[in-house]
Design a protein around this ligand. Sequence first.
Ligand code: SF4
Length: 104
Amino acid sequence: MEVEAVVIHEPQHVPRALPDGQEQDWRAAAACLDSDPDLFFPISTKDSWSRELAFEHCRPCQVREECLGVALADPRLTGIWGGTDEIDRQRLRANRRRRSEETT
Ligand code: SF4
């Protein structure tokens, strides 16, 4: 019996479904589709070489907004998502909170 090889075209570090089970169809258009997932999990915030390579994937990515939205919604997520790292996302969440408090 012949076994057909299956090629998975998906970003390896972005889960197929969110914790609530919602599928993430946008993953098929990700610029990091076939990239090494390790790139997106730099050893530290000082690992500038790996971070820059990851950011180079994110800059032109067509689904950057969707990717960033997922990461902003879940503070437990680590690594590079939507062109940001954990520290960038902490700042973005703080800015959003501040703006929201100013308008209420
Ligand atoms: S924004 Fe970056 S991490 Fe997110 S899918 Fe695109 S390339 Fe991958």
